[in-house]
Design a protein around this ligand. Structure first.
Ligand SMILES: [Zn+2]
Length: 76
């Protein structure tokens, strides 16, 4: 299971669990995840904002091309 922070077209952010990254993309593509606040299915993965104002933690990217762990893609 993997949790993603999602954001709908109205700007509501919420978390949702998926079986895996591919399931997340598939469910979002098929509008299977409605926003709990407004019901909109126009939702997309929200980029996890870096923790500003705190000491920067060392980045540990997983390195896999379809990086599903939320780390910055460094090999672009
Ligand atoms: Zn919404």
């Amino acid at each position: 299971m993997i949790r993603y922070r999602l954001r709908c077209a109205e700007g509501h952010a919420f978390d949702h669990w998926f079986d895996n990254a591919a399931a997340c993309d598939a469910e979002l593509a098929s509008a299977a995840v409605p926003c709990p606040e407004c019901g909109s299915t126009a939702v997309a993965k929200a980029i996890m904002a870096p923790a500003l104002g705190k000491a920067a933690a060392p980045a540990t990217p997983c390195g896999r091309p379809p990086c599903a762990c939320g780390c910055p893609a460094l090999d672009g």
